[in-house]
Design a protein around this ligand. Structure first.
Ligand code: PLP
Length: 579
């Protein structure tokens, strides 16, 4: 990936300007090198640093750290380093996963020391490794048998071990580095044990138990990315006896935790909402509808902080430069005061020129990423490309555009358009694998589709970026109410793709008329609406007026939403206003 290095805030005036911009002039007092913002995540998606995640949660973590680095905010991200990762391969038309070893030394991590946790009557040794990036660092724990991300059953012993290792091991790793967390942001409940480790440390070092709870709560933010509590894993008392209680020193903390079991089981979400006073959801809609209750049955209130992206990482450098030169984005990649009038001056020539450069980049990536049949693809600057790139899971409905093959074919034929599909199936999900094969069969059984629709294996950051910068129309059609935020559509809007989407997740932060929305009260009606929108989008690329109309609308509505700096600013505002 040959994207240029970004602008970072090198000098003190820049840093102060940013802090002034986020209206927290005393922020430097709240955070410091040895009292950083700590960001806990079971998943990080940062291939340049050797860590491949599963999807949006990991991408968000990497983006958050990169934005903090650029803005000079002291942030330590704590995560596991998984010694193995899965890659999707194709053989004789069949998709399969290959497990590949990864060595942290090859990615610039340094070994610090090791720490121990108690699991299943034995002492488990975890290696602590670190990689520093200006004001930020990735602090990881690892050991040779740590396994893969999300390996095994979500309620199983190995998953609990991974979560306990991150929490208790990661907390010890912080101390090893001489760091005290100013804030602990828990991404999803899998990171609960980090806050528990802190509570235990305070309570076993002489602080009154209730004071320790109040103190821990005040400095802990739980960020929820899941809609339904019932979908979350629960663990048994027996599992906690083997993996959790042996790591607690404080009797009072053990008792507190034991009291949280209901009929022999514990849901991590119910204790996480108790240990974190601050709680956030990842889009306006998600914060409103996430259905969580605390142990007393009260509905949990989530503060909305919509996910953003690290603009220079995901958006074509020429396009970022264009936004900055046109005074649409400032040097922090925040929208300027005049971004709206400036956006209304964007011309179709400018859009086409930037997309042509993006297309060249896409072709350069496709040269080494053949499709599932081994074809090396290459597209002319003005070919219209639709893309669908996201994990192959039910609610994202990757098969929906293939519901009526005749209709899809007619749209592609009429506009001489192409359709690129990519997205991995979660390991072991045989139902989704069957649905993928169904789609592939439909493509292969038609001579036109065979040459105009392609599946790209092993969806990852490289493909995500290449398609964002190089395609024309992106399709985002989660079942309404099921996408927490989604960030790939943000990469696409920033890269001047037309967005065909259901009104869900972060998209619903904006008004419906700002993009080509798909709707219908039955799936059949949604499919009809989808084809109509695809038709409009392809036509817009052949009509300067329409292209300008939709591009300007999308950017005006979503540039403030997609800015990762805006996201970081929102977190800092929320944390330090409340703290
Ligand atoms: C951006 C990105 C995601 C996030 O996708 P959504 O489906 O929009 O949440 C997932 N995987 C990769 C590789 C990405 O680049």
């Amino acid at each position: 990936m040959n994207f240029k290095p970004r602008h970072t805030l090198e000098n003190i005036e820049d840093v102060e300007e940013f802090y002034a911009a986020i209206k927290r002039e005393n922020l430097t007092k709240s955070l410091s090198e040895d009292r950083p913002y700590t960001y806990w995540t079971i998943e990080l998606y940062d291939q340049l640093n050797g860590i491949r995640g599963g999807g949006g949660l990991g991408i968000l973590a990497a983006d958050t750290r990169r934005v903090a680095e650029a803005m000079n905010v002291p942030l330590t991200l704590i995560t596991p380093f998984y010694p193995r990762e899965l890659h999707q391969r194709f053989k004789d038309g069949q998709s399969f996963d290959e497990s590949v070893p990864v060595d942290y030394r090859e990615f610039g991590f340094e070994y610090v020391d090791s720490v121990n946790i108690r699991c299943n009557q034995t002492l488990c040794r975890l290696d602590v490794i670190v990689k520093e990036f200006k004001s930020t660092r990735i602090l990881a724990i690892t050991e040779p048998n740590f396994g893969e991300l999300y390996s095994g059953d979500s309620c199983g012993d190995h998953r609990l071990y991974q979560e306990v290792a991150l929490g208790f091991g990661g907390y010890q790793a912080l101390k090893l580095m001489g760091l005290k967390p100013a804030i602990m942001q828990l991404n999803e409940v899998a990171t609960f044990f980090a806050a528990l480790a802190r509570l235990d440390e305070l309570a076993s070092n002489g602080m009154d138990f209730y004071e320790a709870v109040v103190y821990t709560r005040k400095h802990t933010l739980y960020t929820n990315h899941t809609l339904v509590q019932a979908a979350e894993a629960s663990f048994s008392l027996d599992q906690f006896e083997r993996f959790v209680f042996p790591n607690l020193k404080s009797k009072a903390v053990r008792k507190w935790l034991r009291d949280k079991f209901e009929s022999g089981h514990i849901r991590l979400s119910s204790v996480t909402v108790e240990i974190a006073e601050l709680k956030s959801g990842v889009s306006k809609l998600h914060a409103r509808v996430a259905n969580y209750h605390d142990l007393s049955g009260e509905k949990v209130h989530f503060h909305a902080i919509t996910n953003g992206i690290d603009v220079p990482y995901w958006i074509l450098p020429d396009t970022v430069e264009f936004y900055q030169n046109s005074k649409i984005l400032d040097k922090f990649n925040l929208p300027t005061d005049i971004y709206e009038p400036q956006i209304s001056r964007i011309s179709s020539e400018q859009i086409r020129e930037l997309k042509h450069r993006g297309r060249a980049f896409l072709n350069s990536v496709l040269a080494s990423r053949p499709d599932s049949d081994g074809n090396v693809l290459n597209y002319a600057p003005d070919d219209i490309i639709f893309d669908f790139k996201r994990r192959f899971v039910d609610y994202k409905r990757p098969w929906l555009p293939f519901s009526d093959i005749t209709r899809l074919k007619a749209i592609l034929q009429k506009h001489n358009a192409h359709y690129l599909l990519t997205g991995r199936v979660h390991a072991g999900d045989s139902r989704m694998m069957a649905r993928l094969n169904e789609v592939l069969d439909k493509i292969h059984s038609d001579d036109f589709l065979k040459t105009h629709v392609h599946y790209l294996p092993d969806y990852d950051e490289e493909l995500a970026r290449a398609l964002s910068v190089g395609s024309n129309v992106t399709i985002n059609i989660p079942i309404v109410g099921l996408e927490a935020c989604g960030t790939s559509w943000e990469k696409d809007v920033g890269n001047l793709c037309l967005l065909v989407s259901t009104h869900d997740g972060g998209v619903a932060d904006g008004p419906k008329d700002a993009y080509l929305y798909v709707e219908g009260d039955t799936e059949a009606k949604e499919i009809e609406s989808l084809y109509a929108r695809m038709e409009e989008a392809a036509a817009a690329w052949q009509n300067d007026f329409e292209l300008e109309f939709w591009t300007r609308k999308q950017l005006a509505a979503f540039l403030p939403v997609l800015s990762g700096t805006r996201m970081l600013k929102d977190y800092l505002d929320y944390l330090f206003k409340s703290a």
